[in-house]
Design a protein around this ligand. Structure first.
Ligand SMILES: [Zn+2]
Length: 104
């Protein structure tokens, strides 16, 4: 579950959903007000999962399945990825990538 890196309070699903859909890089913790960002590890993992979608698109090249079955499969994959993302959000008190550049 999504947990604040500052007060270690679990975020509600609605807060996590808000964080997941927000464009802004940071969001204040509903419990302690500390700004929380998506952790770098989480962002890397999200990217990896997104790379699975084009792989799915290759399935019809190897297997004889209908367009309808293929569309359902891709839709299911999108939903599964979104749900996994939502429940595995990792928060960080820092905007990690920006800080890294400054420290090195
Ligand atoms: Zn907090």
């Amino acid at each position: 579950m999504t947990r604040c890196s500052s007060c270690h309070e679990n975020w509600s699903v609605s807060s996590a959903l808000k964080r997941y859909t927000a464009i802004a890089p940071g969001m204040a913790c509903p419990s302690c007000g500390q700004m929380q960002y998506l952790s770098e590890r989480y962002r890397e993992r999200s990217l990896m999962m997104m790379l699975l979608i084009p792989l799915l698109m290759l399935i019809p090249a190897f297997f004889d399945i209908s367009i309808v079955a293929m569309s359902l499969l891709i839709l299911a994959a999108f939903i599964a990825i979104a749900v996994i993302h939502l429940f595995t959000i990792e928060l960080s008190g820092d905007q990690e990538t920006e800080h890294k550049g400054l420290m090195e």
